[in-house]
Design a protein around this ligand. Sequence first.
Ligand code: HEM
Length: 240
Amino acid sequence: MRWLTNFLFSSIGQKVVMSLTGLFLISFLVAHLSGNLQLLIDDGGQQFNQYAKFMTSNPLIKFISFGLYAGILLHAMQGLYIWINNKAARGGKGYAKKVTRAVGTNATAASNMAWWGILILIFLIIHMGDFWFAMKFGGSLEMLTYEGYDEPVKDLFTKVEATFNNPIFVIFYVLAMLGLAAHLLHGFQSAFQSLGLNHPKYTPLIKGIGTFIAVVIPLLFAIIPIFMYFGIYPLSSFLH
Ligand code: HEM
């Protein structure tokens, strides 16, 4: 186990952990977004509720979820460690340059990333406390049985709808998505840079993809609470 802690605290280990967990979390965001867009289907939540049931009962997805929780914890803890270390180093003499270079980014960008990251962490605590907790442990969700299906499912859709009926939550989600956009804008390309995947030909393409991801993912996430608040359900079910 000692080799693992040595690796995690070495400058190369920090880079690898931050980059790989960051890219893994981005892939989660893409999957989570495509699932959540089903909230905008005009079917009273049937497809979303069936999907939520599948996501929380399928053994493979349950297993991947543990990787996700570990990924979130590692990314957040490692990020905070780097940030605190850089701050301490800037307080000292001569060491700042060394640490800054070690994590592969400049001090201002790293500090901004940390602040956006902390905002996202606060968002995640509130978000998971609300929806994830309700789905996993909350007994208050109503059970619904849909025509053609034997098994009853939890009505998570009504819970999400009730949350986004509150304008404070809608504003909170939109602001958090702005933080996510800022974090991804720097984070995606920085992950490739930290892994040493730099090439004059491909780096502009990576930056372009990073900008696209940083704009489109948070924008589509932000649209969900706004549309639900105004009762706009523009998508139609592809199950019927
Ligand atoms: C409008 C935006 C969003 C909505 C409506 C939404 C909705 C939900 C719901 C209903 C759940 C519980 C059911 C489930 O586990 O799948 C959930 C879980 C979760 N959400 Fe979100 N989400 C949104 C944005 C985000 C964002 C931006 C992040 C990350 C920055 C995020 C991270 C998570 C995580 C980590 C879980 C737990 C997943 C698991 O247990 O496998 N969500 N979300």
